[in-house]
Every structure is written in C-alpha cells, then in structure tokens.
Design a protein around this ligand. Structure first.
Ligand SMILES: Cc1ncc(COP(=O)(O)O)c(C=O)c1O
Length: 379
C-alpha cells in the first residue's frame, strides 16, 4: 500500500516549519501592526515547498502570497488556499480570464496588455491588478507618469478591472550605501503623487528594505528571503532586527564505504588519487539534485565531523573521504546542523560564488522535502 510522504532514497531536505513560523512572527512584530505582509512563495517557496510554506506563513499572520507566475498562483488556489495572491511577473493577456475567475491579482504595466486582457475577462468577474512602476530595477514596469495616467484611467473606465495595488522593486535595498535606494524611493513617491486616489495596497519593500528602511514600508511589504531565515546580503546581515533561524537543511546517508589503497582513484576522469590508504564513502546525491559539480572540495558533516568531498560530483552520487571507517547508513549533513557542527546556506553560496537565494532554489524536486512542525495549524 502506498503511503503519503514515503520516499525511496536516502537523501532529503528537511524544512523546519517551526523556524519559518518564528521568523515570520518576529518580522510581523517588528513591522507596524497595520502593515500587510505578502510572503514571497514563488519558485516553490525558494525551494522550501510552496504549499506547506504558504499554509505556515498564513497561520503565522501574513496577509497574502506573492508568486512569479500564474501557474504558481493556480497551484496554490488548487490547494484550497483562499488568501490574496499577487503574480509579480508578466502574464499573458489571454490568461487574464482564469486569473479573474480565481481572484488572483496580476501585475500590469502596458496599456496594450490591458486592452487585450479586457476581452478575456467575462462580465461575471473582475481582475484585480497591481500597477508595476520601474523606478530603477530595469526589469518590468512603467517608466513615466504619462503611462501611469493612461493605465490608471483605463482601469477606472473599464468594468473588468479592479485597481488593487501599485508597487515597485528596489535594486539595492540590501546595500549599506543608500544613494540608489533613495533615488528609487523618490521616483516611486513621485509616481504615487500622480494618482488621484491610491489603491488598497501600496508596496515597495522586499526583505532588505522592510527590515532596514522604515521609509519603504507604505502599507504593504513583500517578504521572501528573511522568512526563510536567510540574510538578503552579507552587507546587512548584522543589522537584521530579528533572531533568524535557517529553515532549509539537506541530508543524506552513506550507501557504501571502502578502503582505497594509496595511488587508487575516485570518480570520472580518475582525477582524485588517494595519497595514502583512505576510507572513501559514497553518498546518493549528485548534480541532478542541484548538488552541483562546482562544490567539489567542499566539506560536509559525517557523524559530527567535517569531511571533504573528493573526485568529481556525479549526476546521482558524490564521494567523501572519511577520517575512519563509518557504517553504511551514517547520516551526512550537507546543509544544516549535525551535532555541534553547522553548514549554512551561505557557506554553500560562498563556495559557489553566488547568493543564498540560488542555493535553496537549485536543490531540485528530485530531493524529497520533509516537513517538521511541532504545532498543528488552524484550518
Ligand atoms: C518583485 C519582488 N518582490 C519581492 C521579492 C522578495 O524579495 P526578498 O526575497 O529579497 O525578500 C522578490 C524576490 O525576488 C521580487 O522579485
């Protein structure tokens, strides 16, 4: 008989929903009480699992959810979640009808798009929209006030749209130098001053802005990386006003152990050579899991000890060098805590010369997510 949550390999990511709940509760306590928090659960909640993450943060008091694509929003609705959802990215105009029927807010920034989309929304529904202003990110959004006025007028004259929000996104909120941030903020304030009436949600702040710049809060913020217990950047990690705990950890178990004689080789290209007799173990995780080849030489934790990866990382397997023989089944932690050792997501990001966001997003869906939570969430 098949059982829920059963998986048949010894590699898994553990998602600490208690830590997620605590992170978001602390962020909410730090922000003014009437600030609406939208939790960024796009990209499968940065690799943490969108539905369990969404349910947990909603139980912890967030107001709504933000995703990148309509497919992500529809999957959340299909899971029975009725909270406000905003799609932050561009959506095809021809998909406006389904978004309206599911009460999913879309981001708009082109007058032609609105004219097209109007034809796909039936008279029994209305599409909530947020206008995106490009104040310096150079990605999507209107760039001048004429476009804003045209879009505003069009939305108000149409019976197919609801003007639900206006927003922008900062390019440098995670840097200590505030010059560019201030430019973007003043451009956004200028856009707002062009509107006769503000919509219900006005927002600009991501995690970094919400936690480090009070003047970016307006009445709504979009929190992603911080609720996962990760810092938006190293530059501001010491000024984050809460006691964050990483939510994501990654584990596997040794599936094979052998003694290599001095001179014997490991892995593709046979480019690792044992310099003496060495204990080598094999782990069932590889680059197809997002544990990519650039991690060669990184250290992981086996039985509480730091041990190096040796040889090239394969598609499904990785070899490590042990200080002594260990048994098959010994747990190995690749990210997270084991005994008194800890490998942070940032440690992996540093080795990969990238940002922590990319690390959790890159662990593929082949790695089962195991959810840990001590409390039961209200339905
Ligand atoms: C438009 C937008 N808003 C909010 C966020 C959340 O940002 P962060 O994870 O830095 O809080 C993102 C993330 O990329 C985004 O693209």
């Amino acid at each position: 008989m098949e059982e829920k949550n059963v998986f048949y390999r010894d590699t898994w990511a553990e998602i600490d929903l208690d830590a997620l709940f605590s992170n978001i509760s602390q962020i909410r306590e730090y922000l003014p009480e009437d600030t609406h928090v939208f939790a960024a659960v796009k990209a499968n909640a940065y690799g943490h699992g969108d539905i369990p993450t969404a349910k947990t943060v909603l139980a912890a008091g967030v107001h709504g959810l933000a995703v990148a694509f309509l497919d992500e929003a529809l999957a959340i609705r299909d899971a029975g979640i009725t909270a406000p959802i905003l799609v932050l990215g561009a959506t095809r105009a021809s998909d406006a009808g389904i978004a309206a029927r599911k009460n999913i807010s879309l981001t708009v920034f082109q007058i032609d798009w609105l004219q097209q989309a109007e034809k796909f929304i039936t008279s029994d529904s209305r599409l909530p929209v947020h206008i995106k202003c490009d104040t310096g990110m150079g990605r999507i959004g209107i760039t001048d006030e004429d476009e804003l006025r045209k879009i505003d007028t069009f939305i108000h004259q149409s019976d197919r749209f609801i003007f639900n929000g206006i927003f922008t996104h900062f390019a440098t909120a995670d840097q200590l130098d505030e010059t560019y941030y201030n430019k973007q903020l003043s451009r956004f304030n200028h856009f707002l001053s062009c509107l006769e009436t503000l919509p219900p949600y006005v927002h600009a702040a991501n995690s970094a802005a919400a936690l480090c710049h009070n003047d970016s809060l307006f009445n709504t913020v979009r929190i992603g990386i911080a609720m996962y217990g990760l810092t938006p950047s190293n530059e501001i990690k010491d000024i984050l006003p809460f006691n964050r705990k990483e939510v994501f950890s990654l584990h596997t178990k040794i599936v094979h152990v052998k003694k290599l004689r001095a001179g014997e080789k490991v892995g593709y290209g046979a480019d690792y050579t044992a310099s003496e007799d060495e204990w080598i173990a094999t782990l069932p995780i590889g680059y197809a899991d997002g544990w990519i080849r650039k991690l060669r030489g990184f250290e992981v934790i086996a039985d509480g000890e730091m041990v190096p990866l040796v040889g090239k990382i394969c598609m499904d397997q990785t070899m490590i060098k042990l200080p002594r023989s260990m048994s098959v089944g010994t747990q190995v932690t690749l990210i997270g805590k084991q005994k008194d050792r800890f490998i942070s997501v940032d440690d992996v990001a540093k080795k990969l010369e990238t940002i922590n966001y990319e690390v959790t997003c890159t662990i593929t869906n082949r790695v089962p997510r195991v959810y840990k939570m001590s409390k039961t969430l209200d339905k």
